[in-house]
Structure formats: C-alpha cells, structure tokens
Design a protein around this ligand. Structure first.
Ligand code: GTP
Ligand code: MG
Ligand code: ZN
Length: 310
C-alpha cells in the first residue's frame, strides 16, 4: 500500500493511505541509509507500507524525492542536515511586521536554500495589522526589495483575516511548506485560512518579543481547495548546508547574471579585483543590505568548512 507521510513524531510516522491515516514505524535500515541527515523519512515523502495485524504499519520503501527543503541541523556542524520536508512544489518563508521583528537575514538564507533545491519560494509578511508609522517604512522597503528580485511577497493579517485569498490561491493544488521564526503566526495563518485545521498556537513573549516554540513537529495538511500545506516548528535561524562558498552567489538572483563578468571564475566577490558584483554594489544596482547578507553567509560557510575539516 502506498501513502504520503503527513506527520512524524520520534519513531512514529503518520502515513495517509486510501484506508486513512496509518501510524507507521520505519524499518531499521532506513536509519542507516539516511546518511548525513538527522531524519531519514520526512513529511511529504511518498512511501510504501506493510500493514501489521494491530493496525499499524511498517515503512518498507521510500520513493525518490522530487525535491527537499533542507537546513543545517540545530547546533550541528555544517555537514549535518535536517530535511524539513520532501516533494515540495513551493516554499514560503513567513515573517511578521513586528513581534517578532522582520528578519531579512533569515529570509535571505531561506531563499538561498530553496534556490539550491530548485523549489520556487515566496515571502509572507504576516501581522499587517501592526503596520504603523514606525513599522511601515522598513516593511515597505523589504517588500519592494524582494518583489524587485522577482519573489512573490504576500502581506497578510491572520488576526483580521486579511490578504488570505492570494495565499489560498498560491497554495492551491500543490504541496507547499510554510517556515519561519517562532511567533510570526504560521499556525494562526493556516487556521484562519482553512477552518478545518485546528493547529495549536501560542503567545509571543512580552519580554523577549519572540515566540515560544508552540508548534513542535512538522505536519502536512490537506487543503479544501486541493493541495497540501506543511506547518513547521519555528526556527531560530536558517542554517545553510551543501554549499561551496564560490557557489553562494548563484543563488542571489541579482548576482547570478553578473558572474560571467568577474575576472576570476571562482570569485567570491568579497575582495577580488575585477569583480562585477562589487562594481554593481558600488553602482547601487545591488542593494547594500543584500550584499551585507551575502557576506554574512559567505563568512558562515567558510567557518563551517573549517569546523567540518577538523
Ligand atoms: N497582531 C497579530 N497577531 C497575530 C497574527 N497572527 C498571529 N498572531 C499572534 O501571534 C502569536 C503566535 O502565533 P502562532 O500561530 O502560534 O505562531 P507560529 O509562527 O506558529 O509559532 P511557532 O509554532 O512557535 O513557530 C499568537 O499570539 C497569535 O495570536 C496577526 O496577523 N496579527
Ligand atoms: Mg506554530
Ligand atoms: Zn566577483
């Protein structure tokens, strides 16, 4: 029997089949084949299962994945990855206008990792009800910047049920994931958009202005209009994996078309003479913010390489 993995908790995997949801275990060898990943079977995986007399199942085969969204495992070295979900058609990074504050570094890292795995990505900016004289200008700046780069940017308020129609349309008939820091309102947004969902939501701490990590496991949900969406636990940071420093610029959409113009083919665009990217930054064609973000990522990739080499 074939099915779709919709939830994983420790050693159990909920698999949706023609007979409904079957709680499954994984045959031991998958753990060994998982390689450098902390989790061998993830939501979005297509699997074959063998039913057991007690109504549970055993996952006996993992079908090839068309895509994966991967980040560096929390607190691990660069070489160890955590697969968030498989077989994704789209990946949305969710941020909020405030509480917690919009985090462009998180967005840029997410966009790079989606790019590496060839998953079309977009940005949801939630809590639009918190737009005011203070929050408005920076949010307008970031929204324009990412739109100019060609990414879809959706502005929503889960609280006031505003901006949900474009989101619903974007999620229709495909498998998508929403990911972002804790407390930006990922679960609230999905609950408001899709009444049948009853995802747990939590407060943002008044002291730290951050979320409390309410969602603890990723889960995939069928949508009324067709398609599936994955809600995921909030992340402190989005760690990069599987990237050589000279390749990073390929995933900055404003840099990629310029790379032929650099004097050195393995230019990292931070110090080399004759660099087309540095020229474009100086000419104001690439934003200072994105370039700073690029340099930050380059630094952490280099640092990570050294860690792994030890
Ligand atoms: N003002 C405002 N608050 C919102 C909005 N959406 C969600 N919230 C609040 O933000 C807090 C966090 O919401 P959650 O949906 O639990 O956030 P999350 O992103 O799922 O967080 P984790 O599961 O911890 O990753 C809750 O108090 C929500 O009521 C919104 O559009 N506007
Ligand atoms: Mg949540
Ligand atoms: Zn260069």
């Amino acid at each position: 029997m074939d099915g779709l993995v919709v939830r994983t908790t420790g050693s159990w995997y909920d698999v949706t089949t023609d007979d409904g949801v079957v709680p499954c275990k994984v045959r031991g060898r998958f753990r060994l084949e998982g390689g450098d990943s902390t989790n061998p079977v993830v939501i979005g995986d297509r699997v074959r299962i063998q039913g057991q007399p007690d109504g549970t199942g055993v996952i006996v085969h993992l079908y090839d994945r068309s895509s994966v969204l991967v980040r560096r495992a929390a607190g691990r070295r660069v070489g160890v990855s955590h697969v968030i979900a498989a077989n994704l058609d789209a990946a949305w990074v969710v941020q909020s206008v405030d509480l917690p504050r919009f985090n462009p570094g998180f967005v840029d890292r997410f966009l790079v990792m989606a790019g590496v795995h060839r998953i079309p990505a977009g940005i949801v900016i939630n809590k639009s009800d918190l737009l005011d004289d203070r929050t408005g200008p920076p949010i307008a700046f970031w929204a324009d910047l990412y739109r100019d780069l060609g990414y879809p940017v959706l502005l929503t308020s889960a609280l006031h049920a505003e901006g949900l129609e474009p989101l619903r349309e974007a999620l229709k008939d495909r498998i998508s994931v929403v990911a972002g820091p804790s407390g930006v309102g990922k679960s609230t947004l999905l609950n408001t958009m899709e009444e049948a969902l009853d995802l747990r939501t939590g407060e943002v701490s008044a002291r730290t202005r951050k979320g409390m990590h309410t969602t603890t496991v990723a889960s995939l949900h069928a949508l009324e209009g067709g398609g599936y969406v994955a809600d995921t636990p909030g992340l402190r940071e989005f760690g990069l994996v599987e990237l050589d420093p000279p390749h990073l610029s390929h995933y900055f959409t404003e840099m990629a078309p310029l790379l032929e113009g650099c004097r050195y083919p393995n230019c990292t665009h931070d110090h080399e003479p004759g660099c087309a990217v540095i020229d474009a930054v100086d000419a104001g064609e690439i934003s200072q913010e994105r370039y700073a973000s690029y340099l930050g990522m380059l630094g952490s990739l280099r640092k990570g390489e050294k860690d792994v080499g030890r």
